[in-house]
Write a protein that binds this ligand. Structure first.
Ligand code: URQ
Ligand code: ZN
Ligand code: ZN
Length: 479
């Protein structure tokens, strides 16, 4: 079944051009002026609209078991909500429990994700270490298409990775041609600050940001960067929320170190005053880590995107409803951490990024799709409107307006962190694998149509790094 997207302006990371796009058998087969529609083809009128690579959200947690409950959004509803917002692929996380075999955990998540309606892949978290983890990481890279390993430097007593795990896993990642990624917060400091606040009687959500100041994030970001520097391995830091972690990344990049930074749509637009909201449910709905920060950090993060020191945007879509968040009614430490956004990431970034002149349309494509595809080694299959690429496409109507609300969105959670935000510019159509799955407000998706996307290791690049590392052997000093 072929689809011809006619009359639009194709916007890729590197250029924009007036062109039609013809899709067949799940791939883009032609990009050019005045293409004819094959007989029986579906024609999408893209006049006055932009035809862009489908969004890639490199950070989601569908149906995550976490803090004694399970995230309310599952892989079927979460990928459908993503398609409604123009996101055609997610990279989620396999998070083994301490001592859980990481390949067993991988298969568990693969099973959960079978019902996805759009394409997906997995980062695998390293939450413990022994020789078996070392070996299983190799199996995951060689046989299961994993090229990124996650490390939570926070969440002491649960999934926190200490320096021993970081050092061993980062070194193993380099050997395998995989990239380590980190959630950068100093888990020991957070644990102590949480305890001090609670014992002082500050037990509500207002304590959450106080227990995770930006200095805790800056320290961990810098520590992970320095470990990666010594081990000569690239690094990807997820959900940078503050000036301090951005400064650590910027310094490293200015010195030629290969460090990448991700920022969440929420951290660019929501500030920490929400934690002092009189309604517990509203404040608790926004409890996620790192917390939303004051506006000085939002300004810094926007500059990070504009300067290229932050390369990707994500949502960390990890939803918990009010009845789940209520677990922390009397103790903020028990509020399940996580918020949503997979459906709104692209439209809020368009409105506040392109709409304000902060980002060009091409930069918008870079930070919502292409950069993630390149960093995680699935470009140009993903992240590009070009012949041979997957036909994951969003047709963007720059004139369409809407008010974001949990009442009208497709996410399976009872709160939207962008509730009431009025935006201009959003998807009119989304294609996944060459099929129109979202058109003018209507989703037409198929349970299980999503595919697991293998992500090959960066062998060539890492070979060069390893050669460089071996050349740098210390020279014995003659006594
Ligand atoms: O830390 C994460 O990324 C997961 C557990 C989602 N929750 C959150 O608060 N960010
Ligand atoms: Zn995290
Ligand atoms: Zn996360």
């Amino acid at each position: 079944m072929s689809v011809l997207i006619k009359g639009g302006t194709v916007v890729n990371a590197e250029q924009s051009l007036r062109a039609d796009v013809l899709c067949d058998n799940g791939l883009i087969i032609a990009v050019g002026r005045d293409l004819d529609a094959p007989s029986g083809a579906t024609v999408v009128d893209a006049g006055g609209q932009y035809v862009m690579p489908g969004g890639i959200d490199p950070h989601t947690h569908m149906q995550l078991p976490f803090m004694g409950t399970i995230a309310s959004e599952d892989f079927e509803s979460g990928t459908a909500a993503g398609l409604a917002g123009g996101t055609t692929m997610i990279i989620d996380f396999v998070i083994p429990g301490p001592q859980q075999n990481i390949i067993e955990a991988y298969h568990q998540w693969r099973e959960w994700a079978e019902k996805s309606v759009s394409d997906y892949s997995f980062h695998v978290a390293i939450t413990w270490w022994d020789d078996s983890v070392h070996d299983d990481m190799g199996t995951l890279v060689r046989d299961y298409g994993v090229n990124s390993f996650k490390h939570f430097m926070a969440y002491k007593g649960a999934i926190m990775a200490d320096d021993e795990i970081l050092v061993n896993s980062f070194a193993r990642s380099l050997e395998l041609g995989a990239i380590p990624t980190v959630h950068a917060e100093n888990g020991e400091l957070v644990f102590r600050l949480q305890k001090e606040l609670y014992e002082k009687g500050i037990t509500g959500p207002e304590a959450h940001p106080l227990s995770r100041p930006p200095e805790c994030e800056g320290e961990a970001a810098n520590r992970a960067i320095r470990i990666a520097e010594v081990l000569k391995v690239p690094l990807y830091i997820v959900h940078n929320s503050c000036r301090q972690s951005l400064e650590a990344i910027t310094r490293a990049r200015n010195e030629g170190q290969r460090v990448f930074g991700e920022v969440l749509a929420g951290h660019l637009m929501i500030d920490d005053s929400i934690y002092r909201h009189e309604d517990f449910e509203v404040a608790a709905a926004h409890v996620m880590s790192p917390p939303f920060r004051s506006s000085e950090h939002q300004d810094a993060l926007w500059r990070g995107l504009q300067s290229g020191n932050l390369q990707t945007t994500a949502t960390d879509h990890c939803c918990f409803c009010a009845d789940q968040k209520a677990a922390g009614k009397d103790d903020f430490r028990l509020i399940p951490n996580g918020t949503g956004g997979v459906e709104n990431r692209m439209e809020v970034l368009w409105h506040h990024g392109v709409g304000t002149g902060r980002l060009t349309m091409n930069e918008f494509v870079k930070v919502t799709s292409t950069n993630a595809a390149q960093i995680f080694n699935i470009y140009p299959r993903k992240g590009s409107i070009s012949v041979g690429a997957d036909a994951d496409i969003v047709v963007w109507d720059p004139e369409a307006t809407k008010t974001i609300s949990t009442k009208t969105d497709h996410q399976n959670v009872d709160y939207n962190i962008f509730e009431g935000m009025e935006i201009k510019g959003c998807p009119s159509h989304t294609l996944s694998q060459g099929k129109v799955v979202y058109a003018n407000g209507e989703l037409t998706v198929e349970r299980g149509a999503g595919r697991y996307v293998d992500r090959p290791p960066f062998a060539a690049y890492y070979d060069a790094l390893q050669k460089q590392a071996s050349l740098a052997e210390p020279v014995a000093v003659k006594r």
